[in-house]
Ligand binder design. Structure first.
Ligand code: CTP
Length: 385
């Protein structure tokens, strides 16, 4: 506790310090909560600052923001507010209990005290508060022995219904396990498997599942979490795809998504296109390996987006030459354009498009070397007959 006290006290005159000053002098009883207390205890720099206020968090946020002068976002129906400054984001919530209308649905909110607020949380390591009020500044309230679990390196739920109340906690547990190198406590693991067997994840909306998958991929240890999910028979992934992920940079999530049933996921059209391209990257690579002419290389690669093409040499180094060739070939201007075909009396139908492509192929493979030669070739074909 002493460590936390000094940590919080010795911060530079930062947003955090201004917030602490504000609460020490204010009438509000407030606490750091969740990840902030966990990460500070672990000696890590917390990503978010979460504050829970006994009383009206929205009013407290408005008053605090007069000092911080950040962007204030208010979510009146949840009794929460966020202050976004250049350096930090502070989330403020009123201490509350939640009643779940039915499993996996978003909860209703009722005002209540800090103990009840902690009762609704996911894991013991996230269910601690540190006071930022004058009377007991720096005191940690840890009703579920979160500090002990941090020492032991354990992820433990607070009660047996935790995963049913909120199945996203299955993803969260695995994420924390791998982020901190912790273990999932024995009973928690059994409860997690029971929730998986009861198909609780399938009750979540596509949006919530997608959020969790994005969070997994934002972590350094994403591969371990993806493997854990697969081992638990949630979203099975083949070993070769798992090994491919690190090569794909920011697009790796799309290869993963391309292996899942994403019908209910709110993905943008471009995202779906990247997924499709990545899904067939294996066959694209093997076709490219066999390609021996310029035109074949172009026909294989032209329907594929540039960002996926860039990945190919990372997967198969030997294809770097063919990718470089393609970069040059795609800049070549065709000798024959649509207007030329019209002038020769060709009607605009499917044949028209095929003919344009055929002429470009001949040009790319250097079978035709000038526009004049191309037109002569078309005349000899008697194309409009
Ligand atoms: N929480 C919860 N159940 C969830 C999501 C969140 O109980 N399904 C609680 C936890 O107490 C958590 C807090 O809300 O600590 C804030 O959630 P979030 O911002 O997602 O997590 P952090 O603790 O800030 O951790 P992270 O570093 O992963 O962001």
């Amino acid at each position: 506790m002493a460590k936390l006290k000094s940590l919080a006290k010795h911060q530079k005159k930062s947003v955090l310090n201004k917030a602490i000053d504000f609460f020490i002098k204010s009438i509000y009883h407030a606490y750091f909560v969740g990840g902030y207390v966990r990460d500070t205890t672990l000696g890590l720099k917390p990503v978010d600052i979460d504050i829970v206020v006994e009383g009206n968090a929205v009013k407290a946020a408005k008053a605090l923001n007069l000092k911080l002068k950040g962007k204030l976002c208010i979510y009146e129906e949840f009794g929460t507010a966020s202050i976004i400054t250049e350096a930090e984001r502070i989330d403020l919530a009123s201490a509350r209990v939640e009643k779940y209308s039915s499993p996996a649905k978003l909860p209703h909110v009722y005002p209540s005290t800090i103990i009840e607020d902690l009762n609704r949380r996911d894991f013991t390591i996230n269910a601690m508060v540190m006071s930022i009020s004058k009377e007991d500044f720096g005191e940690i309230f840890d009703p579920f022995n979160g500090l002990k679990d941090i020492k032991k390196g354990l992820i433990r739920v607070l009660h047996k219904n935790s995963f049913n109340d909120d199945p996203t906690r299955i993803f969260r547990a695995l994420r924390y396990k791998n982020r901190f190198g912790f273990k999932i406590e024995k009973k928690t693991k059994i409860l997690m498997k029971e929730a998986i067997d009861k198909r609780m994840i399938q009750q979540l909306s596509g949006q919530r599942i997608l959020n969790e998958i994005k969070l997994i991929f934002s972590e350094k240890k994403y591969q371990e979490t993806i493997k854990d999910l697969s081992d638990l028979l949630i979203y099975k992934i083949k070993k070769k795809d798992l090994e491919l992920l690190p090569l794909l940079g920011p697009n790796r999530i799309y290869l993963y998504l391309s292996k899942l049933d994403t019908d209910g996921f709110p993905l943008k059209t471009e995202e779906r296109e990247i997924m499709q391209d990545l899904n067939k990257i294996g066959s694209t690579i093997s076709r490219l390996e066999k390609a021996s002419t310029n035109s074949t290389i172009c026909n294989i690669l032209s329907p594929i987006s540039d960002q996926i093409i860039e990945i190919i040499p990372l997967i198969r180094q030997e294809l770097k030459g063919k990718i470089n060739t393609y970069s040059k070939l795609k800049k070549i201007k065709p000798f024959v354009k649509g207007n030329d075909l019209k002038k020769l009396g060709v009607r605009q139908n499917r044949k028209f498009k095929n003919l344009l492509r055929k002429m470009l192929d001949l040009q790319l493979d250097k079978n035709i070397k000038s526009k004049k030669e191309a037109i002569q070739y078309l005349r000899n074909m008697k194309i409009h007959e």
